[in-house]
Design a binder for this molecule. Structure first.
Ligand code: SF4
Length: 686
């Protein structure tokens, strides 16, 4: 695979989701940038609406072109020196008064590998703060935690997407790629597809079998499926004996989940449990995939573990053409979690509390290991403690818009407002930027070089078509400027940063040491781990051994726990949140693109609408114990009558995260985005 970059065109990848569809950008005669899909194993030339329109933001009038600083309550334009000096002075003042951890950093799963790495280094070396986490905590952290404890290593898909396209049976749990990453659906064509989703989603409509469990019961469903597999004699006993540990304890736990009991709790018919297991077990190649629907719960890690247990019992992980994987969501959801912007990790996917890891990374950074801070608070705990005696007093936000995307968003907004210093680096005045003391305008994807790691663990190149406009700088340049002013100089050159990242990752679980820009260009991407320049990379993992000390995968016994809250007399409905086709994450970018229609809504079943006297399109008030949102009703027959759905991309009265709660998964610290107890009422004319 060759790549092209010249003055007028660049082969790169989409700025949005983890599929990282390949595209070619071209500059036309009038300077307008056009986008064309490019053939690549993940997208086979396809793009969704978001990808096709991605260039529209390059010249959008909302684009920030100069720093802004707050004066007399308003944001006004400023020069870079004024903006950066103000940040550095405030950081110094806050850290002197309240300690190092009083200044924190909040990153994003869309940042390039270089930026994610530079951000972690900036926090640990320039600020010497333990207060750093990122919005990926809200995305795939439960699957990452479950993958780590089962396989000893977390790579979303431990095999290429081509393996999914060749599988006989695909079980998709809480994933809706037909809406979130449409080109991925090409890989599901002609597969025997089983979808687990409480809604008849666009993906569920493609399925041969759709299981529609009661929200919050996915774990019971998985345990029930394993119970059936055991009862039907479909467990791969040789595989379990040779490649795993812990099966007996899991067998004991799932013994209590006999099919009729599972049907009672989940609503999934017994016959469908048997059909699902049979279709997985009979396949030569079968794949089990989870996504946010299973993961964004206070029981998310255990729920993923339950599906991993099922996959292990059927002998799938590490078998060529089969396996378990997680469909990562954000653009660099995979790489973003490997390079040190996570509260508990150092580059190379190393644990920050591991003395050997600290010594290795400290040597690369030229500091003493004892000077590296320890683990910090997780994303929601970081955000919800801002401005309190136990939390940070200053925060620098890169590539994230927590006013819209964080759970219990009104509380998070209040906490952001309570800060002594809020700095936001972004392309536009996002809702979080509107609250900031300093806003720094940063380059867009077509204006910068770097690498991303797609949902398969394939490291790919982001290539610059043209420089950023006006005085806009790249995030790396901003971090280099700030680091230099804080006495810890770093490079703004992505190649230099990537080379340092390679050294920092060497020997770690996510080893990039053998990957270079030149290799990526020549090979069209390189799968990690890749420890040396001669190493071919690792498209398929776990074929011979898992990354555990004994080389065996670990069954993890998990059992049903109630979610943070359940419907009751006062709040009788399940609320679940998710994405829609035309929008990406907090919508700060896609909501501004005229060609991407959208808007908040509350989806409800016609039966429920009749009961409440609600007409299609009528504004409705939806309340939970956290607050109230207002959005038009969208009537359908494809959702359970006891469940309502809202997309989470919107701010203002239709902000879904006003409603979500702060129950956290005890292992991953994932908030419960997918389940809240809610009440729906008409907004009566005044
Ligand atoms: Fe592809 Fe995702 Fe971009 Fe759509 S948003 S074009 S699916 S990478």
């Amino acid at each position: 695979m060759s790549s092209i970059v010249d003055m007028t065109s660049a082969d790169t990848h989409c700025p949005y989701c983890a599929l990282q569809c390949a595209m070619t950008l071209r500059t036309g005669a009038a300077g307008a940038v056009t986008v064309a899909g490019r053939d690549f194993p993940t997208n086979r030339g396809g793009l969704c609406q978001k990808g096709w329109t991605a260039a529209d933001l390059l010249t959008h009038p909302d684009r920030l072109t100069t720093p802004l600083v707050r004066a007399a309550g308003r944001l006004r334009p400023a020069g870079w020196d004024e903006a950066l000096d103000r940040i550095v002075t405030a950081v110094g003042d806050l850290q002197q008064r309240y300690g190092r951890d009083a200044v924190g950093v909040f990153g994003g799963g869309g940042l390039t590998n270089e930026k994610a790495y530079a951000l972690g280094r900036f926090a640990r070396v320039a600020l010497r703060t333990r207060t750093i986490d990122y919005n990926g905590r809200f995305c795939m952290s439960s699957a990452a935690a479950a993958g780590l404890r089962a396989f000893g290593l977390d790579r979303g898909l431990p095999f290429p997407v081509a393996d999914i396209a060749a599988a006989d049976t695909v079980l998709l749990v809480g994933a809706n790629p037909a809406e979130t990453m449409p080109p991925f659906v090409r890989h599901l064509a002609d597969r025997r597809l089983i979808v687990v989703d409480p809604r008849v989603s666009a993906t569920a409509r493609l399925a041969a079998l759709h299981l529609q469990p009661t929200p919050g019961t996915d774990l019971v469903l998985a345990n029930g499926l394993l119970h059936v597999a055991i009862g039907e004699g479909l467990v791969d006993a040789d595989y379990v004996a040779a490649r795993t540990t812990g099966y007996d304890e899991v067998r004991r736990v799932v013994a209590q989940w006999w099919p009729a009991r599972v049907e009672r709790l989940t609503g999934v018919p017994v016959a469908d449990l048997y059909a699902t297991v049979r279709q997985l077990a009979d396949a030569d190649r079968a794949v089990v995939l989870t996504a946010r629907g299973a993961e964004q719960h206070s029981t998310g890690t255990d729920t993923v573990s339950a599906f991993v247990n099922l996959a292990l019992a059927l002998g799938l992980p590490g078998r060529p053409g089969s396996g378990y994987g997680c469909l990562t969501g954000q653009g660099n959801g995979q790489g973003g979690r490997e390079h040190g912007q996570k509260a508990d990790q150092l580059p190379g996917y190393r644990r920050i509390d591991d003395p050997a890891a600290r010594a290795h990374v400290a040597a690369v950074w030229g500091v003493h290991p004892d000077d590296l801070p320890g683990p910090g608070p997780s994303a929601y705990e970081l955000l919800s403690s801002l401005g309190t005696p136990s939390g940070a007093r200053g925060l620098l936000v890169f590539g994230s818009n927590p006013v819209v995307s964080a759970p219990r968003a009104a509380t998070v907004t209040d906490r952001l407002c309570a800060l002594d210093l809020l700095v936001v680096a972004d392309l536009v005045r996002s809702e979080t930027a509107e609250l900031a003391d300093v806003v720094l305008p940063t380059a867009q994807w077509a204006e910068e070089d770097g690498t991303m790691t797609n949902l398969e663990g394939r490291v790919i190149r982001r290539r610059r078509l043209r420089p950023p406009p006006g005085s806009v700088r790249t995030d790396l340049a901003v971090l280099a400027e700030l680091s230099g002013r804080l006495g810890a100089p770093t490079s703004a050159d992505p190649r230099v940063v990537f080379d340092e990242l390679r050294r920092a990752s060497a020997g770690g679980p996510a080893d990039y040491a053998g990957i270079s820009y030149e290799r990526i260009d020549a090979e069209g991407g390189v799968f990690w781990p890749c420890p040396t320049p001669e190493h071919p990379g690792t498209p398929r993992m776990f074929l011979d051994r898992f990354a555990t000390p004994d080389g065996r995968a670990r069954f993890v016994p998990v059992d049903h726990r109630a979610p943070g809250e359940l419907p009751d007399d006062e709040y009788p409905l399940y609320l679940t949140t998710g994405r829609q086709l035309t929008q990406y994450q907090s919508g700060a970018q896609t909501r501004r693109i005229a060609a991407l229609p959208g808007g908040p809504y509350v989806e409800l079943h016609t039966e429920l609408a009749d009961r409440l006297g609600i007409a299609d399109g009528e504004p409705v008030e939806i309340s939970t114990r956290r607050g109230t949102a207002v959005a038009p009703a969208r009537l359908s027959t494809t959702i359970r009558p006891d469940t309502v759905f809202m997309p989470f991309h919107y701010a203002g009265p239709g902000r879904a995260n006003t409603l979500t709660g702060d129950a956290l998964d005890p292992t991953s610290r994932m908030p419960e985005f997918k389940l809240a107890a809610a009440r729906l009422t008409r907004v009566r004319p005044r």
